[in-house]
Design a protein around this ligand. Structure first.
Ligand code: GDP
Ligand code: IMO
Ligand code: MG
Length: 428
């Protein structure tokens, strides 16, 4: 078993970073294959909390090759700040490799992200305003600028000039904004190119060679299924494919090379940004979960909306991703609740739905059908063996696994590496 994909099954922030950091102990390579600095993965090692946005969580170990694949979008300014920040904290970056096919985020992408959101007004998506959508738009419309282009000053200058002209036309004519200055971007980005150059390789070749050599590769998802451009609650989604298939496309690795797909499931649900959230809790219980779980965004600091675990979402995630195992995180956060609810079905106009609705009006009207379970009302953060969990916690986990028809692989009871109950021991 050499290639394992870890993805988010809800709306992001499930604890993918923590699970990847835990599994990375045994991996040789850790790969990000989609998204950009919209991601915020907090990983706790000892007394230090690392906030990673683009760097794969394997970077916190010495000697793991950490790859940013072709499907990632890179804002060089933010990325270099992240690299500098990590280097200051003593993190070794020598094993970092960046795809020459990855697309770069330019200042006009950030600007357009903001202008688009302003234009949407009440209908805004609540993006992280990192320029993710506009950058993937340029990629799809075949006018994007890739890392390989950035490395060649002549090519970069020519592409940048063309793009700035087009984007400034849009800024002026659609949004009444003056746009950006080409020359200053050119100077700024050529300096970034010099700094990034040592890390840039053909990561597709690198990863496929590694697989041939039997190396262990861990794919670290960013965002989650319900934010997937194709499968999520469109248009309240991100602009990449955080689902398992996206890992293959975004790293240049064939699906037949993947052995295991692990879905990370937060023991409750959160969503940051706008969009439907059927099991959302707007009252006291939601407030308690937010307070207990410190549910505030890593990237934007926004309060995360909180709700009950939604098994309809989970079943959909199982279907879209072909999950082999669940990694349930943040079970400890529920320890103060006497009663827990699990959304097991959606009712719409009196009928139970058997498919996840594509139409947001329907999704907005569904009534969650809840099953109530007893809480365990005891601290579980020091438990390290499944059998030692309180019976009610085991019942809750068993029900999640039963409804989703996926085996429980990992249970996380705290942010630290050792606060992990591992039932599958992949790579041991
Ligand atoms: P990601 O984006 O999916 O990597 O998740 P985030 O890092 O944005 O949010 C998850 C947060 O929960 C981080 O602060 C983690 O350190 C923390 N975390 C992960 N697993 C657990 C857990 O089992 N219990 C608790 N209390 N915190 C956890
Ligand atoms: P991680 O990897 C939670 C959300 C934004 C917004 C929508 C689109 O930490 O789980 P974008 O900037 O991508 O165009 O925003 O997606 N979003 C996330 N929510 N966790 C994330 O990443 C997210 N990345 C994007 O809040 O609703
Ligand atoms: Mg996050």
């Amino acid at each position: 078993m050499s290639a394992v994909i870890v993805i988010g099954t809800q709306w992001g922030d499930e604890g993918k970073g923590k699970i990847v950091d835990y599994l990375a102990q045994k991996a040789d390579y850790v790969v990000r294959s989609q998204g950009g600095s919209n991601a915020g993965h907090t990983v706790v090692v000892g007394n230090t909390s690392y906030k990673l946005r683009l760097l794969p969580s394997g970077i916190l170990y010495k000697g793991k090759v950490c790859v940013l694949g072709n499907g990632v979008v890179i804002d060089p300014k933010i990325f270099l700040e992240e690299m500098d920040d990590m280097a200051r904290q003593g993190v070794d970056l020598s094993q970092l490799r960046i795809s020459n096919r990855a697309h770069i985020i330019l200042p006009y992408h950030r600007l357009l992200d903001r202008l688009q959101e302003e234009r949407r007004g009440q209908e805004k998506l609540g993006t992280t305003q990192n320029g993710i959508g506009p950058c993937y738009m340029d990629k799809s419309s075949r006018m994007g600028i890739r890392i390989a282009d950035l490395l060649d000053a002549g090519v970069f200058k020519q592409k940048l000039k063309f793009n700035v002209e087009v984007q400034n036309d849009i800024c002026r004519n659609v949004y009444g904004h003056a746009g950006v200055d080409c020359d200053s971007i050119l100077t700024e980005y050529l300096a970034y190119a010099d700094r990034l150059r040592p890390y840039i390789v053909d990561t597709t070749t690198l990863l496929n060679r590694a697989l041939e050599e039997g190396k262990k590769i861990l794919f670290e998802g960013a965002q989650a299924v319900m934010l997937d451009l194709d499968h999520g609650t469109y248009p309240f989604v991100t602009s990449s494919n955080p689902s398992a298939g996206g890992a293959c496309v975004g790293a240049g690795v064939g699906p037949s090379r993947i052995d295991t797909v692990i879905g990370v499931v937060k023991a409750y649900a959160t969503r940051v940004g706008e969009g439907p959230f059927p099991s959302e809790l707007t009252g006291n219980v939601g407030e308690t979960i937010r307070r207990e779980g410190h549910e505030y965004g890593t990237v934007t600091g926004r309060a995360r909306r909180c709700g009950w675990l939604d098994a309809c979402v989970l079943r959909y995630a199982v279907c879209v991703n072909g999950l082999d195992y669940l990694a349930v995180t943040r079970l400890d956060i529920l320890s103060k609740l006497a009663k827990l609810k699990l959304c097991v079905a959606y009712r719409h106009r009196g009928k139970l739905l058997d498919e996840y609705p594509a139409d947001l009006n329907t999704l907005g009207e569904v009534e969650p059908v809840y099953e109530e379970l007893d809480g365990w009302l005891t601290d579980i953060s020091r438990i390290r063996a499944y059998d030692d969990l309180p019976d009610n916690a085991k019942r809750y986990l068993a029900r999640i696994s039963e409804i989703s028809r996926v085996k429980l692989g990992i249970v996380s009871v705290g942010p630290a590496r050792d606060q992990t109950i591992d039932l599958i021991k992949i790579w041991e």
